[in-house]
Write a protein that binds this ligand. Structure first.
Ligand SMILES: [Zn+2]
Length: 140
């Protein structure tokens, strides 16, 4: 349903509900619309409240969504690469990364879970880590 502000040739203004803009056009073309005040059949749509603002807002929102979709795809691609080439060590990431760094474990690429604190501590020890904004599998 759409509410239109209508006005007649005598500039009487009134509001009316229509099923759609097409319904309004149809009724008006068949002169089925009459002014509530003077009964004139010469009715036209009065200016509607401007909708430019909301359209613009929606567009910005769409763009943001596109960007975040793109980003999620990139992360997904990266994740695929990592899963293909690296060994998953789960919660032991910090321990394993250290072991590899100090030659206590065979050198290989690993990935796993780490807290920000652990990652920072690894960095401070000169162990290269890359953090990724991981997407949980179930959200994919
Ligand atoms: Zn009128």
């Amino acid at each position: 349903m759409i509410k239109y502000k209508l006005k007649c040739e005598n500039l009487h203004q009134f509001e009316s509900w229509f099923a759609s803009s097409e319904a309004y056009e149809k009724l008006n073309n068949q002169q089925l619309l009459t002014c509530e005040i003077c009964g004139s059949k010469s009715i036209s749509k009065s200016l509607m409240s401007p909708r430019v603002g909301t359209n613009k807002k929606n567009k910005i929102k769409e763009n943001l969504k596109l960007d975040s979709d793109k980003e999620q795809n990139l992360i997904k691609e990266l994740k695929k690469e990592v899963e293909k080439n690296c060994e998953y060590v789960g919660e032991n990431f910090e321990k394993e990364a250290r072991a590899i760094h100090y030659g206590e474990a065979p050198e290989r690429s690993i990935y796993g879970k780490t807290t920000l604190k652990q990652a920072k501590s690894l960095c401070e020890d000169g162990i290269p880590v890359t953090t990724l904004p991981w997407i949980d599998r179930k959200t994919n």
